[in-house]
Design a binder for this molecule. Structure first.
Ligand code: NOJ
Ligand code: CA
Length: 567
């Protein structure tokens, strides 16, 4: 029996399931450890399927689980069509798909097409092959500059810091937009294109429902003989003609992928991670003839502010009206500072949305966060998000109200963004992303807080106990119970993909909108309570207050959902 045989008919029938799905991101190495070696694995995920079902999500997005030396947390892939032996086996993968499908949860997997790892068989072959060989052509090799080619082909910097070119023993250099263990593919090479079609079919045949495309804007490159300098490169417009990013012809690749997706019933879906200059350029990735959906990270970069949230929602809904795709919303993921923490730190002067950056950069201190305020706002923000039309992408641990871990000893850090930079040249997240990747606490005590029977691969702080599943399960008012309730209600209330701002209720610190069917969401971003309109109270992110004369009031930093009579 294959995983596909077990898919309930219901999952086959709904071709639009992705449009307004609640998608829960699992970073597999930090979710649950089934065999006690300190690294999360597929067995761990399988054992937690009842937890996922109970949470009420529609789909899981699984970050890379492929064989990898973990130079970049698995985004350095040795083999695109296998499971890392540290994480499980292909048989366990099939078992996981069947277990998820069995409870009506779909699965999206990560595809990392911009670069492989330096242990991928093609890169090993390229190193052994000579200059100008077919094997080298699959990547981006160049001769160096300087008298003896001892200088890199260009002075470019990698996204994780440090040089973007690394020299190989015979003197040539290869391009890596990220860590040196992540050589960039040459997407002009037909074998590279063919191989990814094979990979998409491989996982689709195993029952995978969709794909998250890493660095989707990076694949197509056009490097002439003479390379621009770093300064010239950064001055070039990203309008489709930039040598490295968001080139127009990248969409030819995705048109081919779309025809593969459409070979399946229902068609496989995809969501692009595309960092582009304008909403119009993002729309191209979301086209139905391309990947179909694209992340917008605008809310990750916003302060807890009514004005900023409103602009972001309006702009993105306008964009989706143009593309025909649905919008996506994200507050936290494996690359950013958890939103409960961002909202509990002072704003960064002159840098809206970069709340928390200085604190992470300084490695804490942990008590520098106002945990209660951060969490209160994060809960309000999430409830706001879950009422919006479109897909909500949630990151493991946010349903527990988990905070970022800042105090990680240097020698235990894993992120290449930390190891490739020095204290002087660190960017806003230069200490890296380990703080949001600390293994989840499942129990109040015990080895690695129930993550597994061994020691977690990143250190968990003592305060994790209070944020454990055990502490929150069934506890009135806990963040976990809030997510469960909101996700169930969302499924019930979800309707056409639009909203109407309720201008009578909106104010400087208040946003209120109504979805079809009388579903009203109202958020108070300020500190003082505001009056609530009439309606049946469905859920609120903090207790609603009642005045002496019996009127309901929405306290500061709180969202409530009400059902109002449909006229
Ligand atoms: C984006 C991924 O989300 C991130 O974790 C990774 O480091 C880079 N792409 C490179 O693959
Ligand atoms: Ca394990």
């Amino acid at each position: 029996m294959t995983a596909l045989d077990t898919v309930p008919t219901l999952l086959h029938d709904d071709t639009d399931w992705w449009r307004q799905a609640s998608v829960y991101q699992i970073y597999p190495r930090s979710f649950a450890d089934g065999n006690g070696d300190g690294i999360g694995d597929l067995r761990g995920i399988i054992s937690r399927v009842p937890y996922l079902q109970n949470l009420g999500i529609d789909a899981v997005w699984l970050s890379p689980f492929y064989p990898s030396a973990l130079a970049d947390g698995g985004y350095d892939v040795d083999d695109y069509r296998d499971v890392d032996s540290k994480i499980g086996t292909l048989e366990e993968f099939d078992e996981m798909v069947a277990a998820l499908h069995g409870v009506g949860i779909r699965l999206i997997v990560d595809v990392v097409p911009n670069h492989s790892s330096d242990r991928h068989e093609w890169f090993v072959e390229a190193l052994a092959a000579s200059k100008g060989s077919n094997a080298r052509e699959r990547y981006i090799f160049r001769d160096g500059t300087g008298e003896n080619g001892e200088l890199p082909p260009a002075d470019w910097t990698s996204i994780f810091g440090g040089p973007a070119w690394t020299r190989v023993p015979d003197g040539q250099w290869y391009l890596h937009s990220f860590a040196s263990e992540q050589p960039d593919f040459n997407w002009k090479h037909p074998e590279v294109r063919e191989d990814f079609l094979h990979t998409l079919r491989f996982w689709s045949d195993r029952g995978v429902d969709g794909f998250r495309i890493d660095v989707a804007h990076g694949l197509a490159k056009d490097l002439g003989e003479v390379l621009p300098s770093k300064a010239e490169l950064s001055a070039m417009p990203k309008d489709g003609t930039h040598p490295l990013w968001d080139r127009d012809e990248v969409h030819e690749i995705y048109a081919e992928w779309r025809s593969v997706f459409n070979e399946y019933t229902p068609a496989r879906t995809a969501v692009a991670e595309a960092w582009v200059e304008t909403p119009e350029r993002r729309a191209k990735y979301a086209s139905p003839t391309g990947l179909g959906q694209a992340f917008n990270f605008d809310l990750m970069d916003a302060d807890f502010s009514a004005a900023q949230f409103r602009d972001i929602v309006s702009d993105n809904l306008a964009q989706s009206a143009v593309t025909g795709s649905s919008t996506t919303w994200v507050f936290s993921n494996h690359d950013g500072i958890r939103h409960a923490t961002r909202y509990g730190l002072p704003p960064r002067a002159g840098r809206p949305g970069k709340q928390g950056a200085d604190w992470v950069l300084a490695g804490g201190p942990e008590d520098g966060i106002d945990r209660a305020l951060g969490l209160r706002r994060a809960r309000a923000a999430t409830l706001f998000e879950l009422a919006l039309p479109g897909s909500a992408y949630l990151y493991q641990g946010e349903e527990l109200g988990l905070h970022e871990v800042a105090e990680i000893p240097d020698d235990q850090r894993q992120d290449p963004a930390f190891w490739r930079t020095t204290a002087d040249d660190r960017g806003h997240d230069g200490l890296g992303r380990d703080g949001c990747r600390v293994p989840l606490p499942w129990t109040r005590s015990g080895s690695s807080f129930g993550f597994g029977t061994g020691t977690a691969h990143l250190p968990q702080p003592a305060w994790f106990a209070d944020f454990s599943v055990e502490a929150e399960d069934g506890a009135e008012g806990s963040t976990l119970e809030l997510y469960r309730k909101a996700l169930r209600l969302r499924t019930e209330l979800q309707s056409a993909e639009n909203l109407t701002w309720d201008e009578d209720l909106c104010g400087i610190d208040v946003l209120a909108f109504e979805r079809p069917g009388g579903w009203l969401s109202i958020t108070n971003f300020g500190a003082d309570a505001v009056a609530l309109p009439e309606g049946e109270m469905l859920v609120s992110s903090a207790p609603v207050e009642t005045t002496a004369d019996g009127h309901h009031q929405l306290p500061g930093a709180t969202t409530a959902w009400l059902r109002r009579p449909v006229s």
